[in-house]
Design a protein around this ligand. Structure first.
Ligand code: ADP
Length: 398
């Protein structure tokens, strides 16, 4: 079929016009798309900027130095105190080095948080407490606190308490011994008047109490000082059994059963075995002291949690602790009931000892209690990551 040239021409013109129109529609669409994309990018940038500003305001409000590190270990944000240590020179550079090491530790190891005091050599003395916490979504935040002055005052106080305890220990020990001899002699002599014997007994009991307080003060100052911390592998189960042995006599006297439940027999901590035994002993001793005769005390460990900590719980069904006192019982010499504590031979230092042991091991101690129903103390310590056997075991100790 032959098509007339005019028809071909019209068709060509129509095609060209269509192409031009389509082209301009596409360009208009592309332009719209580009503008929308740009607006979205801008909005995202503004949102991120606002979030950063909010985060910066929060960081500025932190009383310590604070620096945020990203997932590659690069500092990205900090407040004025924290920036002092970034790209620092001289002694401050050692603080930054410690911060980076702790960031690497919390980013790549199991631990969620890590803490270390840094004391660079030189004068004047400087101690900076460095702690890193892993952030959800990667990276870590480091808090830096200059604790030089606080530590100096603490040291003066600790030395004073340690010195005075040492000075008093010998004469008080002698008085306890002399009064004991007096009581024995008077009991043997039929002629000793009864009130004098009673007074001698009282004198002896008080001397023993003071002597016990001094022993606890010395133990507390040793634990507080902890200058060369022992960091050995301690099988938690073994330490708990040793603590039970130490309290078994008192528990037996009052017909109190101590039950041991272990979630994992093999779990270990890295620390000082004697301190751990001492802490658990103090918790058990209290559980026995503040329970009625014939009751039950449970000592248990929980499975290692997601943060790599093992919890050691001491649960009693004793007199309990009023809510208003719960925050204060870890202070030195704080007692809910002075008379009862004295009667039961308490020194008021047991829970301070526990708190210091927990702190020395980067752990914590908490308590929950209900008056008249009982108390549970939870000592949480970082577990040695290589020690988790996964085996479940339960033992009973009467
Ligand atoms: P104390 O030598 O007086 O027992 P602690 O420091 O061990 O001193 O405890 C402080 C106070 O906390 C105690 O005097 C007691 O009032 C209270 N307390 C501690 N443990 C228990 C417990 N398991 N049940 C009830 N009260 C407790």
């Amino acid at each position: 079929m032959i098509v007339a040239p005019a028809v071909v021409l019209v068709a060509l013109l129509a095609g060209l016009a269509g192409w031009v129109i389509r082209g301009s529609v596409v360009r208009r669409d592309e332009g719209r798309l580009a503008r929308a994309e740009h607006a979205a990018v801008e909005a995202e940038r503004a949102r991120a900027e606002a979030a950063d500003q909010r985060l910066q305001a929060v960081i500025d409000a932190v009383p310590q130095g604070a620096v945020v590190y990203d997932r590659t270990g690069r500092p990205t944000m900090g407040n004025a105190l924290g920036r002092r240590f970034i790209d620092a020179r001289h002694r401050d550079a050692l603080v930054e080095l410690a911060a980076r090491e702790l960031v690497a530790a919390v980013s790549h190891n199991g631990a969620h948080a890590a803490r270390r005091p840094v004391e660079p050599a030189g004068t004047p003395r400087m101690v900076v407490d460095v702690q890193a916490r892993r952030l959800a979504g990667g990276g870590a935040i480091v808090l830096l606190e200059d604790t030089t002055e606080r530590r100096r005052l603490e040291e003066v106080r600790r030395d004073f308490v340690a010195n005075i305890s040492h000075e008093l220990r010998t004469p008080i020990g002698a008085i306890a011994l002399l009064t004991e001899t007096m009581v024995v002699e008077m009991s043997a002599a039929v002629t000793a008047p009864e009130p004098v014997l009673r007074l001698a007994n009282r004198l002896h009991a008080e001397a023993v109490r003071v002597s016990r307080t001094i022993d606890d003060l010395l133990l507390l100052s040793r634990i507080e000082n902890d200058e060369e911390p022992v960091r050995e592998a301690v099988v938690v189960a073994d330490a708990l059994v040793e603590a039970i042995d130490r309290v078994a006599g008192a528990a037996h006297e009052r017909h109190i059963e101590i039950r041991l439940d272990l979630a994992d027999r093999a779990v270990r901590i890295r620390g000082d075995r004697r301190q751990l035994v001492s802490a658990v002993f103090n918790l058990l001793d209290n559980a026995v002291k503040y329970s009625d005769a014939n009751s039950l005390v449970v000592l248990r460990t929980l499975p290692v949690d997601d943060e790599g900590n093992v919890a050691i719980e001491v649960e009693d069904r004793g007199i309990g602790i009023p809510a208003r006192d719960l925050d204060r019982i870890f202070e030195r010499f704080y007692r809910v009931d002075q008379a009862r504590s004295r009667r039961t031979g308490g020194t008021g230092l047991g829970l301070s000892i526990v708190r210091h042991v927990a702190e020395n091991h980067d752990g914590r101690i908490t308590a929950r209690s209900c008056e008249g129903e009982g108390s549970t103390f939870v000592l949480t310590l970082p577990a040695d990551p290589r020690s988790r056997s996964g085996t479940v075991a339960a033992t009973e100790v009467a």
